[in-house]
Design a protein around this ligand. Structure first.
Ligand SMILES: Nc1ncnc2c1ncn2[C@@H]1O[C@H](COP(=O)(O)OP(=O)(O)OP(=O)(O)O)[C@@H](O)[C@H]1O
Ligand SMILES: Nc1nc2c(ncn2[C@@H]2O[C@H](COP(=O)(O)O)[C@@H](O)[C@H]2O)c(=O)[nH]1
Length: 210
């Protein structure tokens, strides 16, 4: 099987994409957008580029028991918490959804999301499949988007080249990817992240089509 060569990282920054101009966008009615897809498919990369263009879009900051990766900032990338702290959040009903993924717990703090939606903001949740299914129950009108890789080989290559996960974690993530990809049709729209600019345009179209 061939493994395609990924674009060098520097070509994937928002600044080097053609969609560079910040766009004025003032949300009037709150909205929830769920963004799901296998680990390493490029969700974070796509959202960084989208929010570079639309800074008014809000991205929920999740809580996780995963250890911070080099460069990750507490309160910005995630709220890094212990398992006991996470369990307390669950018991106190503080999470909108939560799930275990590749050996770690992840969840969306409820209050900030509700407050932002009530204030008319558009809030994006970048979450895995089980969490997305929970949100579908509580927010049936949320827009649900799923990102697919061009191939499993490319997905593996992206996770490995990202260089942030140990081999056993990569294996767990790839195993889970098969289950997640199988569920792609549950979502309102599927976006294949092959060429980043094309995928970004599809994402923009999906969010702003109404
Ligand atoms: N269209 C693309 N072509 C080539 N490489 C890409 C593309 N999109 C993203 N990448 C690269 O793939 C790697 C994984 O991307 P990213 O971290 O955004 O994935 P993710 O879906 O957010 O992963 P996770 O769910 O584990 O956080 C990064 O190194 C990124 O630069
Ligand atoms: N159900 C939830 N899934 C979440 C949340 N925050 C992130 N995630 C997903 O977890 C995996 C792994 O993330 P990583 O940062 O360790 O690579 C990925 O699919 C994320 O989208 C959450 O709050 N709830």
């Amino acid at each position: 099987m061939t493994v395609s060569t990924p674009a060098p990282l520097e070509t994937l920054s928002p600044e080097t994409l053609s969609l560079t101009t910040e766009t004025e966008f003032t949300p009037r009615r709150g909205r929830l957008i769920v963004f799901t897809g296998p680990s390493g498919v490029g969700k974070g990369t796509l959202l960084r580029a989208l929010r570079h263009r639309y800074p008014a879009l809000k991205l929920s900051v999740s809580a996780t028991t995963r250890s911070p990766r080099p460069g990750e900032v507490n309160g910005q990338d995630y709220f890094f918490v212990s398992r006991d702290e996470f369990r307390a959040m669950v018991e106190q009903g503080e999470l909108l959804e939560w799930a275990e993924f590749a050996g770690n717990l992840y969840g969306t703090p409820k209050t900030p999301v509700i407050k932002e939606i009530e204030a008319g903001q558009w809030v994006i949740l970048e979450i895995e499949l089980e969490g997305a299914r929970q949100v579908r129950e509580t927010f049936p009108h949320a827009l649900q988007l799923f990102v697919l890789p061009p191939s499993l080989e490319e997905l593996e290559s992206r996770i490995r080249l990202r260089g942030k996960d140990a081999d056993d974690a990569i294996a767990r993530r790839l195993q889970r990817a098969l289950v997640e990809i199988d569920a792609a049709s549950e979502f309102d729209e599927q976006i294949v992240n092959d060429d980043l600019e094309v995928a970004l345009q599809q994402l923009e179209n999906a969010i702003f089509k109404d």
